[in-house]
Design a protein. Structure first.
Ligand code: HEC
Ligand code: HEC
Ligand code: HEC
Ligand code: HEC
Ligand code: HEC
Length: 211
């Protein structure tokens, strides 16, 4: 190969590398999938996305990035539990959807979930089989810990974005205790929307405080 050809090849490979990196950064950080019909581009969906869609009313300025649809397709169990919750049944205009409480997956993560749990590749049992015993005994407690740690870290920001400070009934005895003990919402209000799993540490703390 002549030097000119080699140079040309390097330029092309460099260009491809650049585009790959740029796309990765885009899909992992910036992309926002806001069309519920994206999923239907490749396969059927079974649930009405409006039942769990993001509600922009409480915090109009900060609509989240990532995959905002398809929650119920991949999380059938948690969706069913949500539907039975007071939050879902509320008729208020601040009724939350899944992404009001949860940070959505980015596009790359969602795509990985879609393909690596495929029976074709031979990895099964993960999130797509949420009613299995493995889900109840292992997967759910692991994911609950992840979600709860997030709420502890953010001082339950998702909750207070919607339940504004001045609208919470601070006269409730439990809320007086919450103030005095500097406790964050999730420390008492866990297993509120989903069946969830035990949280012995916080259960003991609540019992000690008489809540
Ligand atoms: C670019 C095409 C494409 C798009 C867009 C797409 N999917 Fe998929 N999805 C696939 C393919 C291919 C599979 C693997 C099917 C298999 O191997 O069984 C899959 C598998 C799945 C599965 C697992 C099905 C099973 O085997 O139980 C779920 C759930 C799923 N997708 C949900 C979604 C959701 C929700 C969206 C929208 C956010 C979406 N998909 C968008 C192509 C796509
Ligand atoms: C394509 C499938 C798919 C879609 C669409 C999807 N999820 Fe997930 N989600 C998963 C899988 C798989 C896991 C488990 C990840 C693991 O093993 O850590 C997960 C984990 C989670 C967790 C546990 C905490 C965490 O960050 O891992 C939450 C909460 C969650 N998803 C919420 C949502 C919400 C809300 C939506 C819709 C905005 C959504 N998911 C859409 C597949 C999906
Ligand atoms: C986007 C808005 C929104 C978000 C986010 C939200 N809530 Fe709510 N919450 C509501 C609405 C609406 C109701 C129902 C009020 C009604 O209909 O009277 C409610 C009801 C409640 C109730 C009383 C009913 C019950 O189920 O016991 C509690 C407690 C509560 N929320 C705590 C929380 C906590 C803790 C979080 C965070 C994990 C949270 N909320 C996140 C809007 C929200
Ligand atoms: C120390 C425990 C504790 C903490 C921390 C706590 N709560 Fe509560 N909360 C309670 C108890 C107990 C009730 C009464 C439940 C009942 O009787 O149904 C309650 C009731 C509520 C209600 C329904 C009554 C009402 O005010 O309309 C809402 C909404 C609520 N809490 C939101 C929050 C939010 C938001 C936070 C965080 C800023 C929070 N709570 C922190 C224990 C707590
Ligand atoms: C009001 C806030 C709120 C809403 C709305 C909500 N979640 Fe959750 N979710 C939580 C909290 C808090 C946890 C941690 C477990 C617990 O304490 O309940 C959790 C846990 C989860 C988990 C971990 C495994 C499990 O089942 O416990 C998944 C997956 C999940 N949520 C998906 C969803 C999906 C999908 C929707 C919408 C259909 C949704 N959530 C709606 C607050 C919420």
């Amino acid at each position: 190969m002549s030097t000119n050809n080699k140079k040309g090849l390097l330029v092309i490979l460099g260009g491809i590398g650049f585009v790959v990196i740029l796309s990765y950064v885009y899909f992992a950080h910036v992309a926002k999938i806001t069309s519920p019909f994206l999923c239907e581009f490749c396969h059927n969906t079974y649930y009405d996305y409006r039942e769990y869609a993001y509600n922009p009313k409480p915090t109009p300025a900060s609509s989240p990035r990532g995959v905002l649809f398809g929650c119920a397709e991949c999380h059938r169990g948690p969706f069913r539990e949500f539907k039975n919750s007071d939050h879902s049944k509320s008729e208020k205009d601040t009724r939350p959807g899944c992404p009001n409480c949860h940070k959505p997956h980015n596009v790359i993560t969602a795509a990985r979930f879609m393909f690596t749990t495929s029976p074709l590749i031979g990895i099964t049992g993960d999130a797509m089989q949420m009613d299995s015993r493995a889900w109840d005994s292992k997967m759910k407690p692991r994911l609950d810990k992840k979600v709860r740690d997030g709420f502890l870290k953010s001082n339950s920001k998702a909750c207070t974005d919607c339940h504004k400070e001045k609208e919470v009934d601070w006269d409730l005895e439990a809320h007086q205790i919450a103030k005095k003990e500097k406790m964050t919402c999730i420390e008492c209000h866990f297993n509120l929307v989903h069946k969830g799993s035990p949280w012995p540490e916080k259960e003991e703390k609540k019992e000690k405080l008489g809540i």
